[in-house]
Structures are given as C-alpha cells and as structure tokens.
Design a protein. Structure first.
Length: 248
C-alpha cells in the first residue's frame, strides 16, 4: 500500500506543479485524526513537504475562520465546509470527500453493556443511564435532534453532559463522568478505558461525510491540492478502514 501511495503522491505533485518543498497549514476536525496521523507522514516522506496541523472541533473552527484565520486546507464535515465555499473562504470546486463516519456508542471498560441493537433499546439505555455524554460536533448536533424525535429530550436533559472543545467523549466515559457516550466511531476507538459497543443501529444512524477544501487565501495551493488528493486516494482506504472510517 505504501508504495502505491508514494507513486500516487509523486504523480500528483508533478500534475499540480508542487515540485518544491512547502509547509502546508491545515485546520481539521478530530473525526479524521487517527487515519490522518498515519497517512500524513507518508505524504511528507514522498513529497518533501511538511504539514502543520491545527486540531479543533467544528464550533471552534467556525469561530476561528469567522475571526479571519486562514490556512491552506480545511478538513471538516461536508455541510459546514460547503458553507465556507459559499462564503468565499474556500475555493469553489475544491471540495474533495475523504471519509464517511457513523456515530458510535461506548461505556466505561468493564461496565454493564446495554443493548444497542435497535432504536428502542437505545432509548431504554438513555432513559436508564445516570449520565449521557456527547460532543459539540456533528454527532452531538444529530443526537440533540434524535432525542427530540424519540420524545425523551426533557426526560434526560438534566443528565446530559456535552464535552468541551477538543475533549473526546470517550475521556468522559473512561473517567465515569458519563455513563454512556456517543461520538463518531473513529473518535471513540482510540480512547483507552472504554468499551466500544458498536455503531448506532441503521434505523437511527447518521453518516457524516468529512471533506477537504482549499482556502481562497492559501499560501501553498498546489501543495494543499496534492495533500487533499493523496488523502482521498483509493490506496489510503485500508488505513481509513482500520480507524473506523469508510472512504468518502
């Protein structure tokens, strides 16, 4: 796989004109983090470029960009990324879909494992849990609506705990702050001290596409384009799958 990625990135560099080494600045949401951290060193080795990455949650990314911060490449949920294209902060037509991610469920390691096989069992688990954790990102926004659709938003509102920006929900679960936690599968898998129960059942699952887009004010547009294409390449699929993601 690595040789295929190296060949691919070399071709991308030649096609894009990114022949000289550059430092690419990236701001990215955490859902793609583990796969990204494995793939980027391969890109750097093959291309000679270096990649400087700022990690943050969706809400914080929106605040940073609204305040005028700019980078070469943005990686975040596709709907939010599309909004930045509409605003002119990202180049029209530069969106490249990287991965798809579902919402997963976790409890503290060794704790009783509730049934999560159906919408009704999830509802029962939520009602019986002493505390419930979710994030401020796309999965959290979805869960707020899901709780309302289930008709349990008022019943559980006093035991809901929302993670702070940059704090994985899994950490809240591992510490006992949240008895049950929900977040993107790829963000739960690397957390120690939890038992990953699996994804939400298909009937209530929410799949989010995470994409890359080039900043209109990018200092290294050609290198950023090469990085985005590298991360989206079919040869990167095994790394994505290993970290609980599907190719975009």
């Amino acid at each position: 796989m690595k040789s295929s990625l190296i060949i691919g990135v070399t071709s991308l560099m030649l096609a894009s004109g990114a022949a000289q080494a550059a430092e690419i600045s990236v701001i990215a949401s955490n859902a793609f983090r583990q796969a990204y951290l494995e793939l980027v060193p391969q890109f750097e080795k093959a291309s000679g470029h270096t990649v400087k990455t700022t990690w943050s949650g969706s809400l914080d990314i929106k605040k940073r960009l609204a305040a005028g911060e700019t980078y070469d490449l943005l990686i975040m949920a596709a709907p939010e990324l599309d909004e930045f294209i509409k605003q002119g902060k990202l180049v029209a037509g530069s969106r490249i879909d990287l991965v798809k991610s579902g919402v997963g469920v976790a409890v503290k390691a060794g704790a009783p494992r509730p049934d999560i096989s159906s919408a009704e069992s999830i509802k029962a688990a939520l009602l019986s849990a002493k505390s419930i954790g979710y994030s401020q990102g796309p999965s959290g926004a979805y869960l707020v609506g899901l709780f309302q659709k289930m008709g349990i938003a008022d019943a559980i509102k006093d035991k809901v705990k929302v993670s702070v920006v940059g704090q994985p929900v899994g950490n809240m679960v591992a510490s006992g702050e949240a008895e049950i936690g929900f977040q993107q599968v790829s963000e739960l898998l690397p957390v120690k001290g939890i038992d990953f129960l699996g994804p939400l059942p298909a009937s209530i699952q929410q799949i989010t596409t995470f994409s890359a887009g080039q900043f209109a004010a990018a200092k290294e547009p050609a290198a950023a384009k090469a990085l985005a294409a590298f991360l989206a390449a079919p040869a990167a699929t095994p790394v994505k799958t290993k970290h609980g993601l599907d190719p975009g």
